[in-house]
Ligand binder design. Structure first.
Ligand code: DGL
Length: 284
């Protein structure tokens, strides 16, 4: 890739709002970049779908985004990363980064006693991808996985604190808490939005691994290594200035208004415009 490519946007997709946690962390680390976000809100959640369906949806999202002349694609969804990272990487001509490896690596390196919990969607837990990845990175450690299917709909409704979500967390995670884990992987990009509630439930002795932060770290490192960060330019007055950064673009497959309203809770900057893609089949 050339220096012209470094000016291109970075795209990311998720089944809905979850990938916004990745976007927020990317914006913090890479403020000069332009991002294109796709939330497949019409078909969320992915976590209860079959492998074939998750692969098909993920490919459709990837194909839509790669039409935008991007320099990098981030699969900002653990469910899609678990089942479809390989096929998305094979079919895309741009580099593709997923969420699993960065979170797995962070968990294996910070865990003090090698007792690692993983919470994720049903599909991600069933895929065993986290466990298999971490077993190679930290042989001899103990891994405990728990699927939490109701957490995604709660986040999609904007319910991230309060008695209702606390009850759901207790229902799913009391058994995991009793196993004296020292590290917990938030293996779904929706879950960083529940970080406060989860840390309160597990207490300070458990280190939470936020897959949004670990993915954003990986993206930044990759861009730096490849000299692909969006760079400063020298203006005609010979003073250094930043190239005008185009605004981020947001696409959803269901109501843009609803997404805009909920996104405001999770992103520091407001989402100005959300474009609705009615159907991938129309080739929009
Ligand atoms: N945020 C996604 C993940 O990381 C998807 C959740 C879902 O759609 O079930 O797994």
């Amino acid at each position: 890739m050339s220096s012209i490519d470094s000016q291109k946007p970075i795209a990311l997709f998720d089944s809905g709002l979850g990938g916004l946690t990745v976007l927020a962390e990317l914006r913090r680390r890479l403020p000069n970049e332009q991002f294109i976000y796709l939330g497949d809100t019409a078909r969320t959640p992915y976590g209860s779908k079959s492998r074939d369906t998750i692969r098909r949806y993920s490919l459709e999202c990837a194909h839509f985004l790669t039409k935008h002349d991007i320099k990098l694609l981030v699969v900002a969804c653990n469910t899609a990363s678990s089942f479809a990272l390989d096929i998305v990487q094979q079919q895309c001509t741009v580099p593709v980064i997923g969420t699993i490896e960065p979170a797995a690596r962070a968990a294996c390196s910070v865990s003090s006693g090698g007792r690692i919990g993983i919470i994720a969607t049903e599909a991600t837990v069933q895929s065993n991808v986290f466990r298999n990845t971490m077993e190679k990175m930290r042989p001899g450690a103990f891994f405990y996985s728990k699927e939490c299917p109701l957490l995604v709909p709660f986040v999609e409704q904007g319910i991230v604190t309060g008695p209702l979500i606390e009850q759901v967390i207790e229902m799913y995670l009391a058994s995991l808490k009793s196993l004296s884990i020292d590290t917990l992987v938030l293996g779904c990009t929706h879950y960083p939005m529940l970080q406060v509630a989860l840390q309160n439930f597990f207490g300070a002795s458990v280190t939470l691994i936020d897959c949004a932060s670990t993915t954003a770290d990986e993206v930044k490192e990759y861009l730096l290594q490849q000299h692909l960060t969006r760079e400063k330019s020298v203006s005609s007055t010979n003073q250094k200035s930043y190239l005008q950064k185009p605004g981020d673009l947001f696409f959803v497959t269901d109501s843009g208004l609803r997404f805009k309203h909920l996104a405001a809770q999770f992103l520091e900057d407001p989402v100005v415009e959300v474009l609705n893609i009615e159907s991938f089949e129309k080739g929009l």
